[in-house]
Ligand binder design. Structure first.
Ligand SMILES: [Zn+2]
Length: 55
C-alpha cells in the first residue's frame, strides 16, 4: 500500500471544525486506509481518558 492514499483523502476530508468524536472517527478510518500519518498522541491520550478502545 502506498504511504499516502490520495483517493481516500479526497473522499474523506477532515471537517474544518471537527469535534472530538469526528476526529476520532476520521483517524480510526484513516489508519485503516492510509499510512501518511499516525493518530496524534494527544488524541490517543484523550481517547484513553474517555475509554475509547482502538480496534
Ligand atoms: Zn493519510
Amino acid at each position: 500500500m502506498q504511504k499516502l492514499n490520495k483517493e481516500w483523502h479526497l473522499k474523506h476530508p477532515m471537517p474544518p471544525k471537527a469535534t472530538f468524536e469526528q476526529r476520532v472517527k476520521w483517524h480510526l478510518e484513516h489508519v485503516q486506509h492510509c499510512a501518511c500519518r499516525p493518530i496524534p498522541a494527544k488524541l490517543l491520550e484523550q481517547m484513553r481518558e474517555k475509554g475509547i478502545k482502538l480496534p
